[in-house]
Design a protein around this ligand. Structure first.
Ligand SMILES: Nc1ncnc2c1ncn2[C@@H]1O[C@H](COP(=O)(O)OP(=O)(O)O)[C@@H](O)[C@H]1O
Ligand SMILES: CC(=O)OP(=O)(O)O
Ligand SMILES: [Mg+2]
Length: 409
């Protein structure tokens, strides 16, 4: 009898809550892993400001909105828990099997999803200086979730994990080896959950095993990174020790001459913290033109705004350089894949990124590129040597999948 009941309970317990805590936002999703359906999704934005906003969307209902100051990530998560409870999906449910957390920096230790122990949490804390915008928020999310459900496994899924396969020559900076090793200075890479998921989905779209494919994946969100993926494994990626290196982003500079920092210190008298804030928060698209939303930038470009046009041109030029670099790293490219907010939605970015790269076998069909869809799709012309694709990312589903698999073992 009791065995039967246990089995039933185990079968019923199939829900995973996923938390993706960013510097000023929390995205959350409650998924039922039997059919991977989303029972509820939500977003808390502008945490810490007076204009905070929570939007909660139940599976079969209308979105509900709360406005007014949400002081920190702890309050944000508690507000999300209240919204879930209002739908009968409270965190006290016995059907919840685990909580999965996106953790941005996993350093050298973590290359797999990991059940969070005190020791694991200490290591995530130790890595705060190399992910100052992200790890502190991830830690608060973990602590609040632990307090709400101390009995449940809490699982960390690391942005860095997928990139641990990078060969040493791609992960090393060309600086003194002893200094680098003493301070664990190397290239870690981020957005790995997205790069891995999108690579697999791109292979499905192309109808070929991922093991046979060489892909360039362009994750263009507010943070942005490019990866060279050979046979499903990352061989190079544009972010480094921190998520500051590489592409031009919403507020981050991406690649600059490291001497710019000494120059700002010596000549402009700026402190390390001031330079950090400049490069992470007041650079990139926002630094170049005052806006970081690609929709707004394109609107301004279309109206003839010169600063927006320059920002767009700098963004595209950097993107092209990485496409070219990764074509060289891979030797042969089967597909270039666009993903994340900008990559999935901005036809002008995709068109401009590939323009002039016919010599690499790259082209975009204007009709296909103009299609708006939530589905993976090809945007290259029929018969093109290299496929160009749009593949929506789903970091939350991937985190849920990995969390569920680990909680069941
Ligand atoms: N329709 C659109 N056209 C162009 N850009 C868009 C569109 N929708 C969203 N974006 C861009 O996507 C960005 C957010 O991407 P997202 O992947 O959600 O970022 P993050 O996860 O880093 O917050 C926004 O800053 C905006 O520039
Ligand atoms: C690592 C990183 O840049 O993440 P996000 O794009 O969420 O800021
Ligand atoms: Mg993102």
């Amino acid at each position: 009898m009791s065995t039967n009941r246990d089995t039933t309970t185990e079968e019923a317990a199939s829900r995973v809550l996923v938390l993706n805590s960013g510097s000023s936002s929390v995205k959350y999703q409650l998924l039922d892993m039997r059919d991977r359906s989303r029972l509820a999704t939500g977003l808390v934005e502008r945490i810490g400001e007076s204009s905070s906003r929570l939007v909660h969307t139940p599976q079969d209902g209308e979105p509900r909105e709360r406005t007014g100051r949400i002081a920190d990530h702890d309050q944000a998560l508690k507000a999300a828990a209240e919204e879930l409870a209002a739908d009968g999906l409270g965190l006290d449910s016995p059907e919840l099997v685990a909580i999965g957390h996106r953790v941005v920096h996993g350093g050298l230790k973590f290359s797999e999803p990991t059940v969070i122990t005190d020791e694991v949490l200490k290591e995530i804390e130790r890595l705060v200086p190399v992910a100052p915008l992200h790890n502190p928020a991830n830690i608060t999310g973990i602590r609040t979730a632990q307090a709400l459900r101390p009995d449940l496994p809490q699982v960390a899924v690391f942005d860095t994990a997928f990139h641990r396969s990078m060969p040493e020559h791609a992960a090393r900076y060309a600086i003194d080896v002893e200094t680098a090793d003493a301070h664990r200075i190397r290239r870690y890479g981020f957005h790995g959950t997205s790069h891995a998921y999108v690579s697999r989905r791109a292979a499905e779209l192309l109808g070929r095993p991922v093991e046979e494919l060489n892909l360039i994946v362009l994750h263009l969100g507010n943070g942005a990174s490019a990866s060279a993926v050979a046979g499903g494994k990352c061989v190079d990626t544009s972010m480094g020790l921190t998520p500051l290196e590489g592409l031009v982003m919403g507020t981050r500079s991406g690649d600059i001459d490291p001497a710019v920092t000494f120059h700002l210190k010596r000549v402009a008298g700026m402190s390390a913290d001031e330079i950090d804030a400049l490069l992470n928060q007041r650079s990139g698209l926002v630094g170049l033109c005052g806006d970081n939303d690609m929709r707004e930038i394109r609107r301004r470009v279309d109206e003839g705004d010169e600063r927006a046009a320059l920002a767009f041109a700098v963004y595209i030029h950097r993107l092209k350089k990485y496409i070219g670099a990764y074509a060289a790293v891979l030797g042969r490219v089967d597909a270039v894949v666009f993903t994340a907010g900008v990559g999935e939605n901005s036809a002008p970015v995709r068109e401009a990124a590939v323009a002039g790269l016919e010599g690499f076998g790259l082209a975009v069909d204007p009709g296909r590129n103009a299609v708006r869809s939530g589905e993976p799709r090809l945007i290259s012309p029929g018969g093109a040597r290299v496929a160009v694709a749009v593949v929506p990312t789903d970091e939350e589903l991937e985190i849920a999948r990995q969390t569920f698999a680990l909680a069941h073992n």
